[in-house]
Design a protein around this ligand. Sequence first.
Ligand code: PHE
Length: 331
Amino acid sequence: MAEPEQLVVEAERQAAAAATLDELRAVRVAVSGKRSPLADARKALGGLEPEARRAAGQALNAAMASIDEILTAREAELAAVARAEQLAAERLDLTEVAEHPAHGHLHVVTQTWQELEDVFVGMGYRVAEGPEIESEWYNFGALNFPPGHPARDMYDTLYVDYGEPGTTLLRTHTSPVQARVMEGQAPPVYVVAPGRCFRQDTADATHMPVFHQIEGLVVDRGISLGDLAGTIEAFTAAYFGPGFSSRLRPSYFPFTEPSAEFDIQRPDGTWLELGGCGMVHPKVFEACGIDPEQWQGFAFGFGIDRLALIRFGIDDLRELWTNDVRFLGQF
Ligand code: PHE
């Protein structure tokens, strides 16, 4: 019959050898189960003299307690290992990324918009903004379009069902921001106002019912048409780079006098129509509470989307709205 101490030593050896909780369960059966040497030793107690039985019984009970302790300790160890392994397996590795992660970027219109702001901020302008839903007064009235004036027909206006019919509209250009800025601050004024505009246009390669413009407004003393032409030229060089130049062609807008269209000449000599401009009309100054005897100014406005087309060599405005990332991702 094995000595109780030997049973403890053997149980310790087997417990240490068990590498998993399953293996340890098998060890427990082997060292303390019904057919274990321990159980045999218990059965053998019955054949001993009472004196010897008591002593042997105590030794066996002590051995059993030790074995149980050993198994329980080893079980805790193995359970901790198993738990750590499970946590490691389930852990989400947030540093794990695709080999070539797809980086998004700003939409081409937003890129163009921001570059334009940068160019003008670099020239000392401040960025202003106004509402997209505008009153008839700011979009037309303050800009010297009298009610019923034929120039209003140049803009296919979308009216909003709010207030008296014809009083509220989606702004057809960014020029109403001119009036809002002049009302809100005393000259000198140097602002650009980029923003979304709306006209009742059918979508085609060069028109969209929703589009973006950037407005420029300068009000100061002694401002002349030469300052306007020089500013457009400086902007052209800064934005398009060397080899580009600009020209003004006489035109008509109710809110500027004289008025002009301005074109950009590409290095290959071809001309591109970009926008409208002119000297702020005295009537507009008066509507905004500025004395036209003391202050002069110029304004200009052009389409951001068309500029983006030129800049990125895109030939259809509608591509900017399809928002197919496979297309936009190229720019
Ligand atoms: N607002 C005009 C348009 O949309 C452009 C313009 C702006 C003309 C400023 C003159 C001065 O057609």
